[in-house]
Design a protein around this ligand. Structure first.
Ligand code: NOS
Length: 410
């Protein structure tokens, strides 16, 4: 089902049939028309018991921002406890209206939501541990058996960036949560979650574009926290205009990570163009690419890296539409070509707090909008397992579990 662009002031010119067509549901939800503004709402598809049954193979998620995977109910509850105003939101529903994107826009707009809700958990080790724990439960309920959760230890602490959260201990002294403290809090939550919900989780530390001062420490933290489940570094955030460039310091950090044997994934080809992906793979020695859709716009580079070298792409279908990374029409989605060319990609949610999606709802999009068969959806799980940053023995075990669940080819 394709997307339709609408200006309601042009509706008068449409025939009755066209008007009906415009009003039909898109991905199972209503196409919403807001008077006078060019708009189209696209909701994630509904996941009911039947869908779960159909897509019941074990799942692996590689591209998931932990700070973008906070339950709305938890955010609202914590904000109330802390008497923090979330732009006047008086209920979970009102909060969702503020921070969830269902109208395709751009990456900056999606990321702006983090400024609203991140202060609720930043600097609060107990809240961060809870978010990590609850996310294990959410993933397990969705059939995920392994996931890699990424976050910026600097954005989640209250001792580097800005004091977002002036919690005090019993003596009235403010808590200082350091980036190291954030990593430990995440680990406590993931440990408890792994045990209680029978899911496996590791973490990835993000550099953030525009925050050059943090980059070296991200590398140091990744190296010294392998024993706390840190498996890789990443660079996230928005390019702010210079979108074919990465800052020299972040390039150096990724080269240093390669020298030290630390895994590397890089956000590229999402808000920037194909050159960004090529830079990530060549200069930054990325082993996987976060998103990467726009590599498809450079045929020679696409052939070289996606088709011949079979680099792994962490695709996030619903997110890609909301951030404007791809054309606003499922029929033009690069994943259609990727699937045809047997490109090595996985299906991920990116930021469930911002999109109200799940791995299964994104798989459903890949099935119905992009046209992947059940076997191709399963293959995405195998691709993800094989591209995971687990040590070889653990990876082999994960791959084996996925292989055992191979569905029939049609
Ligand atoms: O799709 C995305 N592209 C780039 N950056 C993102 C995306 N989603 C979230 N973040 C950014 O990554 C930080 C660490 O998790 C988040 O705080 C958010 O600012």
């Amino acid at each position: 089902m394709s997307c339709i662009f609408v200006r309601t002031n042009a509706m008068a010119a449409l025939s009755e049939v066209q008007t009906r067509e415009l009003k039909r549901t898109v991905m199972g939800q209503a196409l919403q028309l807001v008077t006078g503004t060019p708009t189209k709402m696209v909701h994630p598809p509904v996941v009911d018991a039947k869908v779960r049954q159909e897509l019941n193979f074990p799942k692996v998620e590689l591209h998931l921002h932990l700070d973008g995977a906070v339950r709305h109910t938890t955010l609202f509850e914590l904000a109330q406890q802390k008497k923090m105003d979330l732009k006047g939101a008086k209920s979970v529903e009102e909060l969702k209206q503020l921070i969830v994107s269902h109208e395709p826009a751009n990456l900056s707009k999606v990321l702006a939501a983090f400024d609203i809700f991140l202060p609720v958990i930043a600097g609060d080790a107990v809240a961060i541990e809870r978010v990590a724990y609850e996310h294990c439960e959410d993933q397990a309920n969705d059939g995920v058996i392994y996931f890699e959760a990424r976050y910026s230890p600097h954005l989640l602490c209250n001792s580097v960036h800005k004091v977002w959260n002036d919690l005090a201990d019993q003596t009235g002294e403010p808590f200082q949560l350091t980036p190291q403290g954030v990593i430990e809090a995440v680990k406590r939550g993931l440990d408890r979650g792994e045990k209680d919900f029978n899911v496996k989780a590791r973490s990835i530390l993000c550099c953030i574009r525009g925050y050059e001062d943090w980059n070296n420490e991200v590398l140091e933290l990744a190296e010294k926290n392998k024993h706390l489940g840190v498996v890789s570094i990443d660079v996230a955030g928005c390019a702010h205009g210079a979108d074919e460039q990465y800052e020299p310091s972040v390039i150096r950090v990724f080269q240093g990570a390669a020298d030290r044997g630390i895994h590397r994934t890089v956000h590229a080809g999402e808000s920037g163009g194909p050159k960004e992906v090529v830079l990530a793979l060549t200069e930054m020695k990325a082993e996987r690419i976060g998103h990467g859709y726009r590599l498809t716009n450079d045929e020679a580079a696409y052939q070289k890296y996606a088709v011949e070298q079979r680099v792994h792409f962490e695709a996030c279908p619903y997110s890609s539409l909301m951030t404007g990374a791809v054309p606003l029409n499922w029929q033009e989605h690069p994943l259609i070509r990727w699937a045809k060319d047997n490109v090595n990609f996985s299906i991920n949610t990116d930021d469930p707090t911002c999109f109200d999606n799940t791995v299964t709802s994104d798989l459903r999009i890949a099935q119905h909008e992009i046209g992947l068969s059940i076997h191709q959806l399963w293959l995405c799980q195998l691709n993800a397992a094989e591209a995971s940053f687990l040590p070889d023995d653990e990876k082999a075990e994960l791959v084996e579990r996925i292989k055992k669940a191979e569905p029939a080819k049609n």
